[in-house]
Design a protein around this ligand. Structure first.
Ligand SMILES: [Zn+2]
Ligand SMILES: [Zn+2]
Length: 223
């Protein structure tokens, strides 16, 4: 784990000690490993690891996020759902709840302590998760790339100088780094290909007594 003062995306793993004659090494440097970022729920029944750096980190100051968290804002990181590796036998359960007309809340939570771990209904669909940054072991590693809905930000909350802000929501294609957009496009393409190949639960029956939700859970966490 790198120093908690740097973000993982900025983390530059130390150069491994040279074991050979460094002077004659003209080959490409080995790819830098992503430092392991881990997290879990309050009761620790669920532990997870992110296998890639986040695509994007954002703080949302909208009234819905304030209500849902009971706090000043919500802090999320986006990552490909398949890059969240569950390390415990207990897996998150999908919790859906209509909050008000037009807003259905869907997230994965610990079945034991009910800690909400990541949202399941991002505008990008199930392939991208909105992980709740506070569930990381070192949430301070993730600084928001953007603050959205700043028009409803708490007046006493002063953002760092230079912080990127938007009123209302942002368009991810305008604010995500290019490398993240490339990862997103790869992910969406794979998901589209998989959808063409994979029969739905209904088509092949699924497992005995399994509803759509259970099928989806099994499909997502099987990797
Ligand atoms: Zn728990
Ligand atoms: Zn929000």
């Amino acid at each position: 784990m790198s120093s908690p003062t740097s973000t993982p995306r900025d983390a530059r793993p130390k150069t491994p000690p040279s074991t050979q004659n460094g002077a004659s090494q003209a080959s490409k440097p080995a790819p830098k490993p992503f430092p392991s970022v881990t997290g879990g729920c309050t009761c620790n029944a669920i532990r997870y690891r992110l296998s890639k750096p986040p695509l994007f980190v954002y703080a949302c100051h909208c009234p819905d996020c304030q209500k849902n968290t009971g706090s000043a804002f919500a802090l999320f990181l986006n990552i490909e759902t398949h890059c969240i590796e569950i390390q415990t036998p207990t897996t998150p359960v999908l919790v859906t709840q209509p909050k008000r007309p037009g807003l259905v809340y869907a997230c994965y939570a610990c079945p034991e302590c009910k800690t909400e771990l990541w949202s399941a209904n991002t505008p990008l669909g199930q392939v991208i998760a909105d992980v709740r940054v506070g569930t990381l072991d070192f949430p301070g590693l993730m600084e928001p790339d953007v603050h959205s809905f700043v028009e409803s930000k708490m007046g006493w909350l002063v953002l760092p100088q230079g912080a990127r802000t938007v009123t209302r929501d942002f368009r991810f294609r305008e604010v995500w780094p290019k490398s993240s957009l490339r990862r997103l496009d790869v992910c969406l393409k794979r998901a589209a290909e998989a959808a063409e190949r994979t029969p739905t639960a209904g088509e092949f029956g699924g497992e005995e007594g399994e509803d759509d939700e259970a099928f989806e859970r099994r499909r997502i966490w099987r990797n």
